[in-house]
Design a protein around this ligand. Structure first.
Ligand SMILES: NC(=O)c1ccc[n+]([C@@H]2O[C@H](COP(=O)([O-])OP(=O)(O)OC[C@H]3O[C@@H](n4cnc5c(N)ncnc54)[C@H](OP(=O)(O)O)[C@@H]3O)[C@@H](O)[C@H]2O)c1
Length: 352
């Protein structure tokens, strides 16, 4: 390790958020990166990976023991569970185990960044106050993000390091094998619609078609996350981070259909989790026919998450002005982000 560089520990380095954070940090000359995930990763200049199970405190201590140069922890690990209550124990345990392992060895620790989301505002539960602001009151738990934030704040008290909490909307970015990836789900759904010769239909709840929502580009999110972790004024603060524009599916869906050269038909409520369950053979046939990468069907399909997003028959957006007031001014056009991601999936030969 080069003592003059900042050293990032990206926790959850294979996720849609962590992976794009690693990519961003790897472009910056003054950072070295260590990525953590159970599956590890391919080490390259400036980036090395450690395979670790953070649910196991002993494994975390053993694998993180040598990381004495880490200056910044970027926590973006996630364990999926079927209910809001079941999300709490594993997601709190992974954060606790990470800090228990890294704090005693990384004596020059400067910052711990926590990835959150609009769950902090109850956005996943039903109609909530929009635009949501960072200082909106908490609600009745369980909510794992509250437990994580409370733990981090109490662990930081009296220490030399600071924390920040980053709250993105639905994230658009490249990743495979992760439970929450809307752009990949839309791209695979559209590609299969085309293969089957059916028009593109919005499969969500009828009321979700005309509500306002927003997304967060994973690259923009990475830049904001690093900004908040290194900007002294952002210390011990939470920030909503989104692209900066709002959209409605009733407008975006037709544009997505045009991108895939499909007709758009009126919405029809469908559970993608149900109707896409029998499509693995179709996917395999498509990979052969179009010369696609042989990626397993379960690694390109986040149907449960797509169903969840398409069920929001209420507005879903935050107030992004706090980050701007504190000095982060970037924005991304959501339509361009989606088409850029679809282009990227085509380049990578993941969709036809
Ligand atoms: N995706 C979104 O649209 C979105 C939007 C807003 C907020 N968020 C929030 O952002 C956070 C990260 O979400 P994400 O979508 O990036 O998650 P993700 O894609 O599921 O990534 C999770 C990461 O954690 C790692 N991980 C899981 N269990 C682990 C374990 N036991 N030990 C070590 N590593 C482990 C995974 O790698 P391995 O599987 O290899 O271990 C992966 O790298 C979550 O709190 C989520 O709620 C996400």
């Amino acid at each position: 390790m080069n003592a003059t560089k900042k050293v990032a520990l990206v926790v959850g380095a294979q996720g849609v958020i962590g992976r794009n954070l690693v990519e961003h940090l790897a472009t910056l000359d003054d950072w070295e990166v260590v990525g953590l995930a159970r599956r590890g990763g391919e080490t390259r200049p400036q980036v090395r990976y450690i395979a670790v199970d953070l649910l196991d405190p002993a494994d975390a201590r053993a694998k993180l023991r040598g990381l004495d140069h880490v200056t910044h922890v970027f926590y973006a690990a996630y364990q999926d569970r079927p209910s809001w209550a079941e999300l709490v124990p594993p997601n709190l345990a992974m954060l606790v185990n990470t800090l228990d392992a890294i704090e005693p060895v990384a004596t020059g620790l400067q910052h711990v960044s926590l990835m959150q989301g609009y769950k902090v505002y109850g956005g996943h539960l039903g109609p909530f106050k929009t635009p949501a602001r960072e200082d909106d009151a908490h609600f009745m738990p369980p909510e794992f993000m509250f437990d994580q934030q409370r733990f981090l704040e109490s662990r930081q008290a009296g220490k030399r390091w600071h924390w920040s909490a980053i709250r993105p909307a639905v994230v658009g970015g490249f990743a495979l094998g992760n439970p929450m990836n809307l752009a990949v789900a839309i791209a695979v759904y559209a590609s299969m619609s085309k293969e089957l010769g059916v028009p593109l239909r919005f499969p969500g709840k009828p009321g979700a078609y005309d509500k306002l929502l927003e997304m967060t580009d994973a690259g923009l999110l990475a830049r904001a996350t690093v900004w908040a972790a290194t900007e002294p004024r952002a210390a011990n603060q939470a920030f909503n981070i989104s692209n900066g524009d709002l959209f409605r599916w009733n407008d975006m869906w037709a544009k997505i259909a045009r991108y895939f050269e499909l007709d758009v038909a009126p919405p029809l409520p469908l559970s993608l989790d149900t109707v896409m369950a029998d499509k693995a053979p179709l996917w395999t046939a498509m990979t052969h026919k179009h010369g696609l990468q042989p990626i397993a069907y379960q690694d390109v399909s986040s149907w449960r998450f797509a169903d969840f997003v398409f069920s929001w028959d209420y507005d879903m957006f935050g107030d992004g002005s706090k980050a701007r007031r504190f000095g982060f001014h970037e924005f991304v056009e959501t339509e361009a982000m989606l088409f850029g991601l679809f282009d990227d999936l085509r380049r990578r030969k993941l969709i036809p």
